[in-house]
Design a protein around this ligand. Structure first.
Ligand code: ADP
Length: 615
């Protein structure tokens, strides 16, 4: 599509709101605009370099990939120019005005929710370009696309209601030349010294030469190729924040090189803040793939397992061909191998850090446990090693303290061959559950899981260190006889009582039997081994409103409990009362298990029982 001589466009509503915020922000730290525009220029040239490897027809292929910044004090302008991809007419419209990127709305929400100044947030949402209007009264973009059939264009806007596009006159080379006509009170950005200081702060992490008024300012530095001893903490942090586009401090860092099985140089960071918190969208992969300092893909999908998308940094391997495409990367054995090496290293790092400083790891874990759990559930290759990173409270930890499966295993009793756990809404809830009694009485540790996804995660894990993970909610758990008080009901009487209960409760129970588990409670409702826990049931219901599934449980009775003795006696002496008590005992067991779905009958029966008790 060719542009008519002169076009006026309106900004889309969200962009107008965004601009309104940016233009009128009282924010003092407006200087971030330069960082944003330089990184856009750098992105466009990375893309161009990639296009040169994959496309045969790139306009003016010999232009140097440099960023030229010029200041003009008299005119009150600063100009940022690159020879990157440039933009054609439709791209100008799409990228800079009409189609709101998903980032626009997220940005507006975040400004509202966090109350942070817009300048603090703007770069995080992929709307950095608009920061130009913090300092400029008018922005002019002269551009020529890399596509052979493009034409030079000028885009102009005062950042108010809309923008204009017209054909460029004069000489416009491929790329973008952005002229910022500075506002009266922002003329400092037309001063060379001021601008040089700004550039110096981060420009060493821009992968292209930056020239200020013709003089080179930066040295392009591939920090990841350097020796660890030659890199300072400040450099690492600056790299993380600038090159990885992060806005927090890194919590852990991994810098290594390996020769076998593949040559790799990697510099990776684990953030402090969860990028998916506050309802942010799912993060894109954050580890960029390079080959000999040339960016192959800033956010490769197939490099690392999906759960690792919170990790940021750079992996450089000279073995990767420069012209590898996004598609072939997905099924490249080499890329997969690199991914495996990196994943293993990251998991090992976390294991080491968790042992070295458990408190710090705990803080990290609070923010990132969902990613680790996602890995345990879905990443078959790393499941076992990731399981070591899980943390939980247990019947042997104090409230608020956590341990891992390795700690649990080290405390297992002689002869114990399973890891016992219970999923519930919280420690208090779990501790009052009737399921726990038997395990407490025998001194067997029970791991407590309280996150909504835990059920699914632990279920997928299945075993740890060769030991089966067993939910104590399930039937079929064999326990030794515990020392318990009281005489048990006789064998025959017990069988008769179980038969009575089974016939009285009918289809609602799959089995009634005597159990060794109970100490204080008269009965317990167990979920069959292939049955659903209350948490799982809730999740199914949330996902499917038509979800219907009869609660079926096993009922175990405690033959030592006085109530059971009395019920056995009443069975023949007072069958009506025995029937009411049986029904009520069963409902009580369901309530304790969090499985009672409809309490109407329960209430009615309860009233009948009270009436009888007071007769
Ligand atoms: P982001 O760069 O995070 O996507 P921006 O608001 O900064 O968001 O930029 C919007 C889009 O405009 C970019 O995605 C890119 O397509 C385009 N763009 C910005 N600057 C340039 C440039 N110098 N050369 C080519 N395209 C650019």
């Amino acid at each position: 599509m060719t542009a008519p001589a002169h076009e006026s466009h309106e900004f889309r509503a969200e962009i107008r709101q965004l601009l309104d915020l940016v233009v009128h922000s009282l924010y003092t730290d407006k200087e971030i605009f330069l960082r944003e525009l330089v990184s856009n220029a750098s992105d466009a040239m990375e893309k161009l370099r990639h296009l040169e490897a994959t496309e045969k027809d790139v306009h003016s292929p010999d232009l140097p990939l440099e960023i030229h910044i010029t200041t003009d004090k008299e005119a009150g302008t600063i100009t940022i120019a690159d020879h990157g991809t440039g933009m054609n007419h439709d791209e100008l419209v799409e990228n800079l005005g009409t189609i709101a990127h998903s980032g626009t709305k997220a940005f507006l929400d975040a400004v509202k929710e966090t109350g942070k100044p817009p300048g603090d947030l703007i770069g995080q949402f992929g709307v950095g370009f608009y920061s130009a209007f913090m300092v400029a009264a008018k922005v002019e973009i002269h551009t020529r696309t890399w596509r052979p059939d493009g034409e030079p264009l000028v885009w102009t806007s005062d950042g108010q209601g809309g923008y204009e596009i017209e054909p460029a006159t004069g000489d416009t080379a491929r790329g973008v030349r952005m002229i910022l006509h500075l506002k009266e009170d922002q003329k400092e950005y037309a001063e060379e010294d001021r601008v040089r200081h700004l550039i110096e702060r981060y420009s060493n992490f821009v992968g292209f030469p930056i020239l200020l008024n013709g003089t080179r300012v930066n040295e392009v530095e591939a920090l990841w190729l350097k020796n660890k001893s030659g890199v300072s903490e400040e450099q690492y942090k600056a790299f993380y924040q600038f090159a990885c586009r992060a806005f927090d401090e890194p919590s852990y860092r991994l810098h290594f090189s390996a020769d076998a099985p593949i040559a790799i140089n990697a510099l990776l960071f684990l953030p402090t803040e969860n990028p998916e918190k506050m309802g942010f969208a799912k993060a894109d992969p954050g580890v960029a793939l390079y080959s000999r300092k040339v960016l192959i893909d800033p956010s490769p999908d197939g490099l690392l397992p999906d759960w690792m998308r919170f990790v940021r940094g750079v992996v450089d391997s000279p073995d990767i061909p420069l012209n590898i495409s996004r598609e072939s990367m997905q099924d490249s054995a080499l890329v997969r191998k690199i991914g495996t090496v990196i994943s293993k290293r990251v998991i090992k790092l976390l294991e080491k850090e968790a042992a070295a400083d458990p408190e710090k790891y705990r803080t990290f874990y609070r923010n990132f446990e969902r990613f680790i759990k996602e890995g345990v559930a879905g990443d078959f290759t790393h499941r076992e090693s990731l399981a070591k990173l899980l943390r939980f409270e247990s019947s042997l930890t104090d409230a608020g303290s956590v341990c891992g499966f390795a700690d649990y295993v080290s405390r297992m009793k002689e002869g114990q061959d399973a890891i016992y756990y219970l999923v519930g809404p919280g420690r208090d809830h779990i501790e009052t559950s009737p399921y726990l009694e038997a395990f407490k009485a025998r001194g067997l540790e029970v791991a407590y899981f309280t996150d909504a996804v835990d059920e699914y995660v632990i279920d997928s894990l299945g075993t740890f260190d060769g030991k089966k993970l067993v939910s104590i909610r399930q039937g079929g758990v064999e326990l030794d006889e515990a020392d318990a008080e009281g005489e048990p009901l006789g064998e025959e009487e017990t069988t008769a009582l179980c038969d009575f209960l089974k016939s009285h409760l009918g289809d609602r129970v799959t089995r009634v039997g005597k159990g060794k588990r109970l100490v204080d409670s008269p009965v317990i409702a167990l979920v069959p081994e292939d049955g659903m826990s209350p948490q799982m049931r809730q999740m199914m219901k949330a996902m499917d409103e038509n979800f219907k599934d009869e609660v079926k449980v096993e009922l175990e009775i405690n033959p030592r409990h006085p109530l059971i003795h009395k019920l056995a006696a009443a069975r023949e002496a007072n069958p009506e009362l025995a029937g009411l008590v049986a029904g009520q005992l069963f409902d009580n067991a369901l309530i304790a298990a969090g499985l009672l779905e409809d309490a109407r009958d329960t209430v009615k029966r309860m009233n009948q029982l009270m009436e009888k008790a007071m007769a």
